[in-house]
Design a protein around this ligand. Structure first.
Ligand SMILES: [Zn+2]
Length: 100
């Protein structure tokens, strides 16, 4: 086995509070490696194993942002289709009650 394995965060190269990219930390959660791939199309080679707490936090936020955007867009597409089928007063009602 190679002893020269890089022991640091793959993103900032720091070495504080490292997490394993391929470990599952919460039940049903994705690994950080798979989040990197689904969010950013970054494929992590398995000789790189760590991400630090700060970067993991940013990655979690990015993943949540992606999920939120995708589900909002899906909802908006739905609403749009509903508009097409319904009367316009429904639309006026939705426009005055933004959810943010
Ligand atoms: Zn980092």
């Amino acid at each position: 086995m190679e002893d020269e394995e890089f022991l640091g965060c793959i993103s900032c190269m720091g070495s504080n509070d490292l997490y394993d990219l391929f470990a599952v930390y919460e039940e049903n959660a994705e690994t950080y490696a798979s989040l990197l791939e689904t969010c950013f199309s970054i494929k992590v080679p398995n000789n790189l194993r760590h991400i630090c707490a700060d970067c993991a936090d940013q990655l979690d936020k990015a993943a949540a942002f992606k999920d939120q955007t995708e589900s909002s867009m899906a909802m908006l597409q739905n609403v749009k289709q509903t508009f097409a089928a319904e009367e316009l007063h429904t639309r006026a009602k939705l426009l005055v009650t933004p959810s943010v």
